[in-house]
Design a protein around this ligand. Structure first.
Ligand code: B3K
Ligand code: ZN
Length: 878
């Protein structure tokens, strides 16, 4: 495929001032008539032709200024339309007719039908599947849209902007017209039509604008959008107060759709959502689902300013909207819930998703410089590391200057298609700082190693810290210059209080609780310390680095117990537990079975029982790292089989050691039935109670507790926690099979819950899982064309079941590649996303590496791979 390069960027030769579209929606096909008011940009050669993008399009008509264009003046193909002989400078109108077949559109890009509902997805390049267009984010226009459809088939007709007209047409048809007064790129275009239920509400913005809010769902489900609506209102309120951002249309519509390639889409005034991130109630959704809905609702809403009002000049700038918007949604959740708990869960996600990407063949900088398929760059690096960079900027500048920089960005670039340089320039100006070294974070791929060592001199009362940064060249081959790393820290006294540390000789590199490391190495001396303090380093995970710090077990145990900073406590305990498990796994591969020390496990029990901490935090502290996480820490020659056994045995020993404590905690934390609350505090109590079930059951070696909890569960969090223990720890027991059947019978007609049923079985670490999963593919409720269902089964196995995916005989790899090939012929984007499960294949032991490579090579040899899947497979093999 063709390689697109950032350095080749040029603005388009033509501008589009206005877009008018009419959609005639019918069963079997849709006719689209698009009228573009265009103009050659000043300075562009008069003979330069107009070249428009298309993708699998068929042209039905073409007129210039009202007159049909004669065939010798244009060249058309499904993926392009080229028109010669256009006016030199004057404005002209181009009318383009296209015929689409939404029912056959299984790629779910452009216009398609989901359970009969007409809907669109245009980011990144789906608009060109609707009409020929300059389909690039720097072409901004205002849009007017008219929709016509059968009134019974589509009583609801929605588009971007505000509704302006509607009415009946002959033959049982009707129409609706919408105008979006705001300039927007084509990727934010959307229409929806169908039989939909609606949950309505309204809100008055800070300056008094009345906004009608609506969430549309498939029939009968609107009530399940209640929590999403509440989250939307809180998001709108928060953005006004925290960032001074107000909503700018008379209506804000959300539509929940069953078939969707990702989480949701921020189309102007008409967000389209995967229904997973809208619909829930306590019986069908876990607390994690609630938190997910709140996050995604907020994220898409926040895009209205960071993404829509200010968009990206080109797709290389994707992190300009995504990293920033993730930062904003994380801040929202921190304010709405618990800040340390949210931070810990973000750090956890970053390490689980972004670190492996950064350390493997799919490595790329936060702002990439080349791509073959842009949809493959909606990655953890662009989103989550992108957010970390904004967070570092806020840390470096401080709250006030950061806010001033954001204000300037909104003011200066409203209505623009901007770049990372534009963004950074706003902060450089408001803070009066040179941020060119900081900007390296956007261009240099990889996770820097931060090596820290300390020595305490009792006589002098000094603590000397040495910090070094090192960035290795990885798959992306980008630069390795020292960057600006803000390192937050604390010096903790034996009483569990931070000691006010003075940096010797008013060291300019230390300000407040932050060391600004800008050189390859730095030595910093703290004075006036009459006792050796505990160093609480990289608090709040103030930079996305890999910390290498020789820290004694005693120091970690002490910090886990008395660091006044909650994140610091979690960090110390997690590093202790993670390193112990990784060491044991490495040793096991060499010399047979190993165990983690009782001291380490004892610290977990102690954290679980520490009532000075909120329950959600205790749950985070006492959950053992997952198998994939342990594999990441082992880093090379990984043996997933050993990790699986080691983890299960460690869980059992933890349950043994914590027995009494865990059981009484579970009893105390039990909620009286019928009193469900989705609040973060209640969710935290459920999280703690449920995370103790796994070690207790493993210790008992019996499914009784889990079976009892399953039978008595009154909410999905409790039910799922119990079912997971049953299916993963006791797959052969009758109670486990019965529970699975019961679960199916209860929720058979609920696709979102059924996804959990499929995913749980695919993630079950057992000898016969592959055979079971093969059977699931033939289950009557399995539908490969539905992304959520495909992700449940393929992702459950490839992403959440390491010991089966990495089976020694290679059968897991071959099975996944086989299904991906089938999926690719329907939905390339989702197939490519699932294929990233192979990204860490080189860290496996030699036998597995060989198996993985063989399976990938066979996949790569298939002739009809999509550009999406081929791009991932080839980069993974490189
Ligand atoms: N901007 C969309 C993602 C589009 C993905 C296209 N393959 C959702 C979001 O990040 O909010
Ligand atoms: Zn986004």
């Amino acid at each position: 495929g063709q390689i697109i390069k950032l350095e080749d960027y040029l603005p388009a030769d033509f501008v589009i001032h206005q877009v008018d579209m009419t959609f005639d929606l019918r069963d079997g096909h849709a006719d689209v008539l698009t009228r573009l008011v265009m103009q050659r940009r000043e300075g562009v050669a008069a003979e330069a032709p107009l070249e428009l993008d298309g993708d699998e399009l068929s042209l039905t008509s073409l007129a210039l200024n009202g007159t049909p264009v004669s065939p010798q003046n244009y060249t058309v193909a499904p993926d392009s339309l080229k028109i010669d002989d256009l006016p030199a400078q004057d404005q002209f109108t181009l009318e383009i007719g296209t015929r689409l077949h939404p029912e056959q559109n299984t790629k779910l890009m452009g216009l398609y039908r989901s359970n009969g509902i007409w809907c669109t997805q245009c980011e990144a390049q789906g608009f060109r599947r609707i009409t020929y267009f300059l389909d690039r984010p720097d072409v901004l226009a205002t849009y007017k849209v008219r929709l016509e459809a059968d009134k019974a088939a589509a009583p609801v007709l929605l588009a971007n902007g505000n509704p302006v007209a509607s009415g009946d047409l002959p033959n049982g048809r009707h129409f609706a017209e919408w105008i979006d007064p705001h300039l927007k790129p084509s990727y934010l275009f959307a229409i929806v039509g169908g039989r939909l239920d609606v949950l309505k509400d309204s809100l008055t913005t800070i300056s008094g604008r009345h906004v009608e809010l609506a969430i549309y769902t498939e029939p009968g489900l609107a009530e399940r959008a209640t929590y999403a609506m509440d989250a939307l209102k809180r998001s709108m309120w928060w953005d006004e107060r925290r960032f001074g951002r107000e909503y700018d249309l008379d209506v804000f519509n959300i539509v929940a759709i069953s078939d969707f390639n990702m989480g949701a889409m921020e189309n102007k005034g008409l967000n389209v959502f995967n229904h997973k991130y809208v619909l829930l109630d306590s019986e069908t959704a876990t607390d994690a689902d609630y938190a997910g809905v709140e996050t995604v609702i907020a994220h898409e809403y926040f895009h209205n300013w960071t993404g829509n009002r200010i968009t990206c000049r080109d797709w290389f700038q994707l992190c300009l909207k995504e990293g920033l918007t993730v930062y904003r949604d994380q801040e929202f959740s921190s304010d709405e819930r618990s800040r340390p708990v949210k931070r810990i869960s973000c750090v956890h996600t970053l390490k689980a998703n972004q670190f492996p990407e950064d350390q493997g063949p799919l490595q790329h900088p936060v702002r990439p410089t080349t791509y073959r398929e842009i949809n493959n760059f909606y990655t953890a690096t662009v989103y989550d590391k992108g957010s970390e960079l904004v967070r570092m900027l806020a840390t470096i500048l401080g709250e006030d200057k950061f806010r001033a920089g954001m204000d300037l960005y909104f003011e200066r670039h409203d209505g623009d298609a901007a770049t990372i340089e534009d963004f950074i320039a706003c902060f450089a100006q408001t803070a009066n700082m040179d941020l060119s070294q900081f900007a390296l974070w956007y261009n240099q791929a990889g996770t820097p190693r931060l090596t820290v060592s300390q020595s305490y001199d009792a006589k002098a009362g000094t603590l000397t810290l040495n910090l070094q940064q090192q960035l290795d060249k990885g798959a992306a081959g980008t630069g390795t210059l020292p960057m600006h790393i803000p390192v937050r820290f604390g010096l903790v006294g034996a009483n569990g209080q931070d000691i006010a540390a003075e940096a010797a000789s008013d060291d300019a590199r230390v300000s407040g609780d932050t060391i600004h490391l800008t050189t390859a190495s730095a030595t910093i001396v703290f004075t006036g310390l009459n006792q050796r303090p505990l160093l609480s380093i990289l608090r709040d995970f103030s930079a996305p680095v890999q910390l290498q710090y020789e820290e004694s077990e005693a120091d970690r145990l002490a910090l886990a117990r008395l660091d006044p900073d909650a994140y610091g406590r979690w960090r110390a305990l997690t590093d202790l537990v993670g390193d112990s498990l990784a060491d044991a796994a490495r040793q096991w591969a060499k010399s047979g079975p190993q165990t983690v020390s009782d001291t380490v496990l004892g610290a977990i029990v102690e954290a679980a029982d520490d009532t000075s901490l909120e329950p959600a935090l205790r749950a985070q502290m006492c959950s053992l790292p997952g198998e994939t996480e342990i594999a990441r820490l082992v880093a090379e020659d990984v043996n997933p089989e050993i990790i699986h056994t080691l983890r299960l045995q460690t869980l059992a020993r933890l349950g043994m050691l914590g027995g009494e404590t865990f059981r009484s905690l579970r009893a105390e934390l039990a909620e009286p039935a019928g009193e469900f609350s989705a609040s973060a505090a209640s969710a935290g109590r459920r999280a703690l109670r449920n995370c103790l079930l796994a070690p207790l059951s493993a210790a008992a070696g019996r499914p009784d507790d889990a079976a009892k909890q399953y039978a008595q569960a009154t909410n999905m969090s409790d039910r799922m926690a119990a079912l997971t223990v049953l299916v993963h720890q006791f797959p052969q027991e009758l109670v486990s099979q019965d529970a699975l059947t019961d679960f199916y019978n209860r929720f058979e007609s609920d696709p979102l819950v059924l996804d959990k049923w499929f995913a749980l079985q695919a993630a079950s670490p057992n000898a016969d899982t592959l055979e079971r999963v093969e059977a699931l593919l033939h289950h009557e409720k399995f539908k490969l064309a539905n992304p959520n269902r495909a992700r449940a089964v393929i992702g459950g196995l490839a992403g959440a079941n390491p010991s089966v995916f990495h089976r020694a005989d290679g059968a897991g790899y071959r099975w996944v590649c086989g299904v991906l090939l089938q999926l690719d012929s329907l939905n390339p984007q989702t197939a490519a996303r699932m294929a990233t499960a192979f990204r860490s294949w080189r860290s496996m032991n030699p036998a597995l590496r060989q198996q993985a490579e063989a399976a990938l090579r066979q996949l790569a040899a298939s002739e009809n791979l999509s550009r999406d899947l081929r791009d991932i497979v080839e980069r993974t093999l490189k």
